[in-house]
Design a protein around this ligand. Structure first.
Ligand code: DSN
Length: 442
């Protein structure tokens, strides 16, 4: 049936719509059969996913609950208040703002609130695992702040405290960012907090990668170790919707006021109300299931590191058990380099990403791959399956088994693990394409 406003080319556009739907269906099927190891990805629970197609998607709600610039927001206010309460409870903190629409946008809000153009801001280098927010071509550049780089300890894959103290004392940055995209170990926030106080710098933690581990009590607790603000995306180890969050622990009303206006009107207009509602569900589910999930995510990452190490892979930080988080880093220079290895793995149904590692000399030729366990854990895999994944990688990259053969074995390994776990409605098909209208458009 043709809707109102159809013209003679409607059939062509309908075919285009169907092509898009078909590509997304094929994508879902591909991931259903794959071993997804991207450290920054995860799966939504069915109750959170449902809200993404709710009427909240169609609405605006600028401002704060009870102080909106639009009418019709009573239920939005109700949900946002629940979401804010859950966030403060989960992170044991005094301030939350759930309006940033991504982790990068949350970082921009912090920079808007707590730094001015020309200020010095402490951070790690990209090659040591920092997020692109702290690059000149990212949020730092956009705000016009200048990075001050911490010293790095390659062997321990964390900030070198004594040398960084010297840098901070010499340079006296205004703000110090702690956060990584290659996040293997807790960062020394507690150890550096007295130096930050001494030089008059505020501590800021980008917890996007480890948010679910912090909430689950299995990582550090930066808001109680010396950071005034934690910014994050909400869809990595916290298995929520693609969204952002600001959390704070401070008595300084000026800081929370500045963060609030940094979020809106600083870096958002509308704040994607459907995602905010889904976040409320994900936070409640993390309060119910997050501890067990966080524990297993880390146990799986350590097991994967150990199994790869035993098969001759150069997994970083072997003396420290490879990781205390959801991520391991593998130097794959012997296997052909990060780019070639990530592509070969993808051909074999193992989805990961190339990654710069400390010591890499060219950003164009990353020496490693980053492997993460949030999603495989979310579908119920445990240590035994991590050994199975390592075996597949060994077959592919050391024993010359073809990508097609390994892809078949990967699909077999995955077959019992297609339901989403650690949530209400557990067991629901994790990769289901929600076909709301069924037939091809006509
Ligand atoms: N790009 C994400 C990651 O993969 O770490 C962070 O935003």
């Amino acid at each position: 049936m043709t809707g109102e406003g159809a013209d003679e080319s409607t059939a062509d556009w309908a075919a285009t719509v169907e092509r898009v739907r078909d590509a997304v269906r094929r994508h879902s099927a591909r991931f259903e059969h794959a071993i997804p190891l991207i450290a920054s990805e995860n799966l939504l629970s069915p109750y959170a996913k449902e809200l993404l197609v709710s009427d909240f998607h169609s609405r605006y709600a600028e401002g704060l609950p009870g102080e909106r610039y639009y009418e019709g927001n009573e239920q939005v206010d109700e949900v946002e208040r629940i979401c804010l309460d859950l966030a403060k409870r989960l992170f044991r903190c005094s301030f939350a703002d759930v309006r940033p629409i991504s982790g990068t946008v949350a970082n921009m809000a912090v920079l808007k609130a707590l730094a001015d153009p020309g200020d010095l801001v402490g951070t790690c280098r990209l090659a040591d695992g920092a997020h692109i927010s702290s690059a000149a071509f990212g949020a730092f550049g956009l705000r016009g702040v200048k990075p001050v780089y911490y010293a790095w300890d390659d062997a321990r894959m964390t900030i070198d405290v004594p040398r960084t103290r010297e840098i901070l004392r010499a340079v006296r940055p205004k703000l110090c960012l702690f956060g990584l995209s290659l996040f293997l170990f807790p960062l020394p926030v507690r150890e550096l907090a007295p130096t930050l106080e001494e030089v008059g710098a505020r501590g800021w933690y980008d917890g996007a990668h480890v948010l679910g581990l912090i909430a689950g009590g299995e990582f550090q607790d930066p808001l109680h170790e010396g950071c005034v603000v934690l910014s994050a995306s909400t869809h990595k180890t916290l298995p929520g919707p693609q969204h952002g969050i600001l959390l704070g622990q401070t008595d300084d009303a000026e800081v929370t006021k500045r963060l609030t206006s940094g979020a809106f009107p600083g870096v958002t207009s509308n704040h994607h109300l459907h995602a905010m509602a889904a976040l409320a569900v994900s936070l409640a589910e993390h309060l119910a299931f997050g501890r067990a999930y966080a524990r297993q995510v880390i146990a799986n990452a350590r097991a994967l590191g150990q199994a790869l190490h035993e098969r001759g892979f150069d997994v970083l930080a072997p003396d420290l058990g490879f990781t205390r988080s959801h991520t391991i880093a593998v130097r794959v220079v012997r296997e052909g380099g990060g780019e070639a290895v990530a592509k070969r793995l993808a051909d074999a149904g193992i989805i990961a990403n190339k990654n710069l590692l400390p010591g890499d000399t060219s950003p164009r030729h990353p020496g490693g791959v980053r492997l993460g366990t949030p999603e495989v854990t979310r579908v119920g895999m445990r240590e035994k399956e991590m050994a199975g994944i390592a075996e597949l990688m060994d077959d592919l990259l050391h024993r010359g088994r073809s990508p097609a053969e390994v892809a078949r074995a990967a699909a077999e390994l995955k077959a019992p693990f297609r339901g989403v776990q650690y949530c209400f409605g557990a067991g629901e098909a994790a990769y289901r394409y929600y076909d709301l209208v069924g037939h091809p458009p006509s």
